[in-house]
Design a protein around this ligand. Structure first.
Ligand code: S3P
Length: 181
């Protein structure tokens, strides 16, 4: 299978914590009638612990190992089933070179949900289940460190708006004219 054919089957959403990857992925998949895979959900289901429990009990390196394993599984399933799929990645997935290599090799299309740091802070401050959201200063620092990873993606949309507007922007990207043609 060529990369172009593969890329028709896997569209991955990336972006920092709070950028809306899970919500937008679900809505987008619903509109397209495609299945949706949420990487964080796969991780928690695979070992029966929540994300904060995995960080606290097993540590971040083990979380990253499981994250890569589950991502490889999702990619493998998509290629095997030959079915298109929307994948919501975790906020740190693209910061791991082995994940970027896997996604590139699979020919996946990568879409960055861009959102300014002030809005991300506002969204994440209300939700307490993110082990890497410790305080504002470290959140800002991590955001800056992660930007180069997100900037590697070929597509980006503004996610500082209503979820349905974000979905519209994604559907207008060239990948979908190729995918659905
Ligand atoms: C992480 C982001 C989280 C989750 C884990 C690590 C990160 O996903 O994968 O807590 O490294 O930024 P969300 O971006 O969906 O919150």
């Amino acid at each position: 299978m060529t990369n172009e054919t593969r890329s028709r089957r896997l569209v991955c959403l990336t972006g920092f914590m709070g950028s809306g990857k899970s919500t937008i992925g679900r809505l987008l998949a619903g509109q397209l009638g495609w299945p949706h895979a949420d990487l964080d959900k796969r991780i928690t289901e695979s070992i029966g612990l929540t994300i904060p429990e995995i960080f606290a009990r097993l540590g971040e390196p083990e979380f990253r190992r499981i994250e890569h394993e589950q991502l490889a599984r999702i990619v493998g399933e998509s290629i095997e089933l030959q079915k298109p799929r929307i994948v919501s990645l975790g906020g740190g997935t693209m910061a791991q070179p082995q994940n970027v290599a896997l996604l590139r090799e699979s020919g996946a299309s990568l879409v960055w949900l861009y959102c300014p740091i002030e809005e991300l802070l506002r969204r994440c401050a209300r939700i307490t289940d993110r082990p890497l959201f410790r305080d504002e200063a470290s959140f800002r620092q991590l955001y800056l460190e992660r930007l180069p990873a997100y900037e590697q993606t070929e597509y980006s949309v503004d996610s500082n708006t209503e979820p349905l507007r974000v979905v519209e922007q994604i559907l207008a990207l060239a990948i979908f004219s190729k995918v659905t043609a």
